[in-house]
Write a protein that binds this ligand. Structure first.
Ligand SMILES: Cc1cc2nc3c(=O)[nH]c(=O)nc-3n(C[C@H](O)[C@H](O)[C@H](O)COP(=O)(O)OP(=O)(O)OC[C@H]3O[C@@H](n4cnc5c(N)ncnc54)[C@H](O)[C@@H]3O)c2cc1C
Length: 532
């Protein structure tokens, strides 16, 4: 077979997917301890054609892959990169040299990778190959209820890191593919991302250190605005999505830093301890959200709550509202600024992601899955296990969270008071005065530089959405079905019907309210910054 000179006695294949690292990588360490290792990465063309996947994902994945290939070569076992269907690739290698053992990490991916992993299991069973999968996130495969989940997750995160193997023994004759294909070579259309973040371990370690050295000082206050969020947030999501660094390694580094901070005299503290606590909490939510999709992979396409699923109506891919929203042409300046910034950079802070999704679902009445797919393609940190539960939560589909209908005009005023971000991404309004920047439709006769008229009346659309939601929540059996959702997916740190992480126990409500910022009173109620 091309690529292998001679059969080797015991072939162990370590299959890399979204775990592109050598540190805290148990499959690699276990294989290294047992004998020669064949590290394999398969570029799967069928995956890269899916509707939730895009060129920017490959760009960040490729950056981590290049780094991984270099490190594996230094350790002694070069990475084998193949393009094709995984089962077909494994079948070929098996026919040539006989695979004794396949080792990989469990992946909480989309429905496609879930089915792909099943096919690999079936292939291994047929060929009598021992297939071992290891946990890397602390989510539990097959878990159907949340009791005692947090304790399990905490134990996983606190366990010692798996050291990088000191040396790897290569499989005799295994040859590397000369190049790792570019997005262009894979035929992935350019998606307009002009400044994608790097998904490497080196980048991630640099981000942690700069956060600790002072970048994170204003984390809690700055994270809510797209202006400050880009620099105050950790920006670790991209490297977590490629798996270039493990979530456990990051959290353990932060706990160590927290201890040093506590011991340091106040003037020498580069970031407040509360900033580290907030970041650590968010990294735990990562597992909390991923567990939802791991327990119920169909949540990518089906609403959490059956009443919401029954009420869904389809959105065509060429729906003009969808196109206007996805291209940043809604005529609502802050919505368009956020969308255009996301298209160009591949990143957006949490609150603005939530606002974009909520606007699509509530104001425009679009199906959450169709808009969620668009956002998935735009996020260079696309992580299905966080993404789909968040998309549903921000679209009011869970039945156990307080629905939040963001008012984009209010958000524009609150998060971009001088209009710097809005003017940067909506240059048509560069000359507009700050008092009409978020509501250009009130500025009769003003020059809008070709900027479109709003596609909805923000206030009326929110009111209609609230009425629809209220009616659905009064449906017979709604509460009972919500209890079932809670049993399976709700955090045990909260009481039923408030699964919104970060809210102190004393302020939790028993009955969920629809948090509709319906009026254009700009000082109205909003989540405190730490709820993002
Ligand atoms: C509709 C929607 C879709 C989202 N899709 C994704 C996605 O595909 N991939 C992704 O990584 N995040 C997603 N998020 C969560 C969040 O917005 C991003 O994790 C965060 O903005 C990434 O930037 P950061 O690494 O600087 O975050 P930080 O604020 O510095 O947080 C550190 C890490 O904590 C985790 N985290 C932070 N907020 C959340 C949260 N609310 N829920 C779960 N984990 C969290 C992430 O791993 C993040 O990298 C989504 C949020 C919404 C509202």
């Amino acid at each position: 077979m091309r690529g292998f000179a001679a059969p080797c006695s015991v072939i162990q294949v370590v299959w890399f997917k979204r775990d592109l690292r050598t540190c805290d990588h148990r499959p690699l360490a276990e294989a290294a301890a047992a004998g020669p290792v064949l590290p394999l990465y398969v570029v799967e063309p069928e995956y890269w054609r899916l509707a939730d996947v895009s060129a920017r994902h490959w760009v960040v994945q490729r950056s981590a892959l290049v780094e991984l290939a270099q490190r594996l070569a230094e350790l002694g076992a070069p990475l084998i990169v193949r393009v094709g269907d995984v089962v077909a690739v494994l079948d070929k290698i098996h026919a040539a040299v006989g695979i004794a053992r396949l080792l990989a990490h469990q992946e909480t991916g989309n429905l496609w990778t879930f089915q792909r992993d099943r096919a690999v299991h079936a292939f291994c069973r047929r060929q009598q190959i021992a297939f071992q999968e290891f946990n890397q996130t602390g989510v539990i495969r097959g878990r159907q209820a949340r009791d005692r989940w947090a304790a399990h997750h905490a134990r996983f995160i606190a366990a010692p890191l798996v050291p990088e193997p000191r040396r790897l023994t290569a499989v005799v004759g295994a040859k590397v593919m000369a190049i790792i294909p570019t997005a262009e070579m894979l035929g992935l259309p350019d998606d307009g991302c002009v400044s994608p973040q790097c998904g490497t371990r080196a980048t991630a370690l640099g981000l942690i250190e700069s956060f600790l050295a002072g970048r994170g000082a204003d984390y809690r206050r700055g994270m809510s605005s797209p202006l400050t969020g880009a620099s105050c947030c950790s920006r670790l999501s991209v490297a977590l999505a490629t798996g270039a660094v493990s979530v456990r390694e990051i959290i353990q580094r932060l706990y160590a830093a927290r201890q040093s901070l506590n011991e340091a005299p106040a003037p020498l503290r580069t970031v407040p301890v509360t900033a580290l606590d907030s970041l650590i909490a968010r990294l735990h939510w990562r597992g909390h959200f991923m567990q939802k999709l791991e327990s119920e992979p169909e949540l990518e396409i089906r609403s959490f709550h059956p009443v919401h699923e029954a009420a869904r109506s389809a959105t065509a891919p060429d729906d003009p509202m969808l196109i206007a929203w996805a291209t940043g042409q809604t005529g609502i300046p802050f919505v368009d600024a956020c969308m255009r910034s996301l298209i160009a950079t591949g990143w957006l802070n949490f609150r603005m992601r939530a606002m974009l999704q909520a606007f699509a679902s509530y104001h425009l009445g679009l199906d959450w899955h169709v808009s969620g797919e668009r956002l998935a393609r735009l996020f260079s940190d696309y992580e299905p296990g966080i993404h789909w539960p968040q998309v549903q939560m921000q679209s009011g589909q869970t039945g156990i969270n307080t629905p939040r209908i963001y008012n984009p005009v209010k958000q524009g005023h609150d998060q971009d008071p001088e209009g710097v971000f809005t003017r940067r991404w909506v240059p048509e309004l560069a000359a507009a005065s700050t008092d009409v920047l978020q509501t250009p439709w009130f500025a009769t006769g003003a020059d809008r530089g070709g900027y479109p008229a709003p596609i909805v009346d923000v206030e009326a659309a929110a009111r209609a959405a609230k009425e629809r939601l209220t009616a659905l929540r009064q449906t017979k059996g709604y509460r009972e079905a919500a209890l079932e959702v809670f049993q399976k997916h709700g955090s045990r740190k909260r009481r039923f019907e408030n699964d919104n992480p970060g809210k102190p126990a004393s302020r939790r409500k028993i009955a969920p309210k629809i948090s509709a910022q319906l009026s254009l009173r700009f000082g109205g109620p909003d989540a405190p910054p730490d709820l993002t």
